[in-house]
Design a protein around this ligand. Structure first.
Ligand code: HEC
Ligand code: HEC
Ligand code: HEC
Ligand code: HEC
Length: 394
């Protein structure tokens, strides 16, 4: 190999004595586009413009739109793309692999999160979506050696497994502090969930981290000499905001996911029960003026927001956009419990059953803690109790 390279240099120097360096495939650049620690995030919820970043449809759209400028590139996920091993979590893991496959990811890694899932489930996904996987457990390939753009690469999930004369890339979710001690790697893509805003570079190793929940795409540009050595690098984050056009094919994959999630609810369709929540229609019998005010607030349109987003049957959204989803006697589905859609009176005041027995028995006192159950940093970054209360007080 080395002999061949030397010969090649000689040849090019003779043929093109001036332009030989930095040209003709000898010194080149390659982009590593990477994600890591998506943690089951298929797309952002859209609860706030400030946190509306990420999502695989935008990711795919960005790459498609900029393919020329990004090429040649490798597209790699460093693992922890899956979230929890629940029925919905399994759908998410599958949907992400399906999306990776549609985007032609070169590789993904199975790390701690993926290991929560059953082996045969994971194997069936690899088979179905034909996506190369490395993992630091005995069930899967530890590493993959491949040649792309005439560059020999060794991509591995095992910190001790680097090779000679290859571009060595490690995908790991060990803590950053541990990654920084590792030697023999050209590039380490870390998916521990920690964030390095700038790459960490020491002893010829460049360490980058996947941006949690895929809010930004990492782009590491490597300059590589004719011996396959890295001579320099650049790094930038590409935020995936609403300005980025979604890829239609991946959008369709996400829409299919939404239908399958809706199916999860149907599969376990519950019989109607005497509910513990009364619903706003009941309160309206005696508190009409309050209802009129409430109707003008965002809370009264919370379910509509889900419908517009195609997520009106997604348990992960329902818990904050309805009354008591997941509780006995709370919202279940729009078909079975239409009266409990939206963020209603009882979300803040507590269930009204006892109140009907005795109007003077005080209901739950409404405090800031009640709001914070839903107005979290991620979903409502602008939340301030004083300002928000003003908008809903009646
Ligand atoms: C932890 C609670 C919580 C969860 C879970 C949640 N939301 Fe929200 N959502 C909120 C809150 C709170 C707001 C209002 C944010 C604000 O204005 O400060 C909001 C606002 C929104 C809005 C903006 C409405 C508008 O017109 O301004 C949309 C759309 C939305 N959510 C969709 C979703 C979807 C889709 C999901 C599930 C993927 C979801 N939400 C899950 C709490 C939640
Ligand atoms: C049959 C009539 C009736 C219905 C139905 C009713 N209330 Fe009341 N409510 C009253 C009366 C009467 C009072 C006490 C007098 C007052 O302050 O107006 C009261 C007081 C309250 C108060 C203020 C006192 C406190 O305990 O903090 C809240 C809050 C309240 N109701 C919420 C609700 C909610 C929520 C519902 C629906 C689940 C509801 N009510 C349904 C009649 C009703
Ligand atoms: C059960 C979850 C939940 C609770 C509890 C909750 N909210 Fe909300 N809130 C929401 C959701 C969801 C939205 C977004 C509605 C939509 O889709 O437009 C919202 C929207 C709002 C908005 C409208 C934002 C805007 O600018 O349009 C205000 C204001 C607000 N909430 C204040 C409060 C306050 C104050 C409290 C506590 C006293 C509170 N909320 C408790 C879920 C909740
Ligand atoms: C976002 C939370 C929230 C929602 C939703 C909400 N309230 Fe309230 N409500 C409050 C707060 C906060 C107060 C102030 C008193 C307190 O601290 O309990 C209040 C006070 C009241 C009072 C007592 C008013 C007084 O003058 O003492 C009544 C009655 C009441 N709400 C009824 C309703 C009814 C009916 C609905 C549904 C249409 C509703 N509320 C929805 C938060 C909410």
């Amino acid at each position: 190999m080395r002999k061949y390279i030397l010969l090649n240099i000689l040849l090019w120097t003779i043929l093109f004595p001036v332009t030989a360096r930095g040209n003709n495939g000898q010194e080149r650049t390659i982009n590593i586009l990477y994600t890591g620690n998506l943690n089951g995030e298929l797309e952002p919820c859209g609860c706030s413009p400030k946190t509306d970043f990420g999502g695989v449809a935008r990711l795919s759209g960005y790459i498609a739109e900029n393919r020329k400028a990004l090429s040649p590139y490798l597209l790699i996920d460093a693992g922890n793309f899956a979230g929890d091993d629940t029925p919905q979590g399994r759908l998410k893991a599958e949907t992400l692999l399906q999306a990776f496959s549609a985007m032609k990811y070169d590789l993904t890694a199975f790390q701690k999160n993926e290991m929560k899932f059953a082996d045969d489930f994971l194997s069936s996904l690899i088979e179905r979506y034909k996506i190369p996987v490395v993992s630091n457990t005995h069930h899967y390939k530890l590493s993959i050696s491949k040649t792309k753009y005439t560059l020999n690469m060794h991509i591995s999930a095992d910190p001790g497994d680097h090779e000679i004369n290859q571009l060595n890339i490690l995908l790991t979710d060990l803590p950053l502090s541990v990654s920084k001690e590792m030697q023999g790697w050209d590039v380490i893509i870390n998916s521990s969930g920690e964030i390095l805003e700038e790459p960490f570079s020491l002893n010829n190793t460049i360490i980058v981290t996947g941006y949690p929940k895929g809010k930004k795409l990492g782009i590491l540009t490597l300059h590589i000499d004719n011996n396959g050595r890295i001579t320099g690098f650049k790094h930038r984050w590409q935020p995936l905001g609403t300005d980025i056009k979604e890829d239609k094919k991946v959008r369709q994959i996400l829409n299919d996911y939404d239908s399958r999630v809706a199916g999860l609810l149907k599969e376990t369709e519950r019989p109607l029960k005497e509910t513990s929540y009364l619903g706003v229609a009941k309160c309206a019998e005696c508190h009409q003026p309050f209802i009129d005010i409430w109707k003008k607030t965002g809370h009264a349109k919370a379910f509509l927001s889900l419908e517009k987003a195609g997520k009106s049957s997604d348990p992960e959204c329902l818990k904050c956009h309805t009354v008591g989803f997941g509780e006995e006697g709370g919202f279940y589905s729009i078909a079975t419990t239409p009266g409990l859609a939206n963020v209603q009176c009882e979300v803040c005041h507590g269930t009204g059953r006892d109140h009907l027995m005795n109007f003077y028995k005080p209901l739950e006192h409404v405090t800031e803690a009640v709001c914070l159950r839903c107005h979290t940093k991620d979903k409502s970054p602008d939340f301030s109790y004083k300002d928000y209360l003003e908008k809903v007080i009646h």
